[in-house]
Design a protein around this ligand. Structure first.
Ligand SMILES: Nc1ncnc2c1ncn2[C@@H]1O[C@H](COP(=O)(O)OP(=O)(O)OP(=O)(O)O)[C@@H](O)[C@H]1O
Ligand SMILES: [Mg+2]
Length: 208
């Protein structure tokens, strides 16, 4: 099993999502959808091991993701707000931070249309470009599970198509979980599973 949640409560001082039971058992695209503030980001952070569940068990490839002994290299995580995640002064350094090799870093920059920006200062980029840099960085480590929070942030339609095409291709051999409230993504991504977060509850809909 890739991801298993059993009787999980997610929240901070008190629960925001109750009694979640979700099993993700195969590669492909999984969407997490819901209104602003419903808990999509908190749900992704829980899989990423950045948020410990208040109750129940979360296992990612059989291990608790929030354990200090968890092999973090199997998860790529792209946070919702790029300004909270970028750490390096130049684009190329941000990607090399995670890349298995220099050629892989350049490969993903190219795939996301960022080759010309490789030596720019990250903080000079637009928000949409920053987001793509962080997606390139996560991909360049070749994670078994890729979690992307709001990939469409700041993307115009052609950039969004580029991002979706890269994520879809990557999901042929890996699990890609995307959190979004963007209707443009819902209609064109064709996930095999949709996880709906609403009113403190999580409902799973298998599309295929
Ligand atoms: N660190 C935190 N401490 C306390 N409450 C938090 C924290 N982070 C998020 N919350 C609250 O948890 C709820 C869910 O937030 P979350 O960011 O997971 O929602 P979301 O569905 O991703 O929203 P959006 O669509 O705006 O990105 C919100 O009410 C939010 O205020
Ligand atoms: Mg969010």
């Amino acid at each position: 099993m890739l991801v298993v949640m059993e009787n999980v409560d997610i929240g901070y001082s008190k629960p925001i999502l109750h009694n979640i039971n979700v099993t993700i058992d195969k590669n492909g695209l999984v969407l997490v959808v819901g209104a602003n503030g419903s808990g999509k980001t908190s749900f992704l952070k829980t899989i990423a091991g950045l948020l410990k569940p208040l109750k129940g068990t979360v296992k990612v490839l059989g291990k608790k993701p929030y354990s200090p002994f968890f092999d973090r290299s199997i998860i790529g995580y792209v946070a919702q707000d790029p300004l909270h995640q970028l750490t390096e002064p130049r684009v190329i350094d941000e990607v090399l931070l995670q890349a298995r090799s220099t050629s892989e870093a350049y490969y993903w920059l190219k795939r996301l249309g960022l080759s010309k920006l490789a030596y720019e200062k990250t903080l000079n980029l637009s928000i949409g470009e920053m987001k793509k840099v962080l997606i390139a960085s996560a991909l360049s480590r070749n994670p078994r599970i890729l979690l992307v929070d709001e990939p469409s942030l700041g993307q115009d339609i052609s950039s969004l198509r580029q991002v979706i095409s890269v994520l879809r291709e990557y999901s042929n051999n890996n699990l890609v979980v995307i959190a979004t409230h963007d209707i443009r993504i819902l209609s064109c991504l064709k996930p095999y599973m949709v996880i709906e977060v609403s009113g403190g509850e999580v409902k799973v809909r298998r599309v295929s």
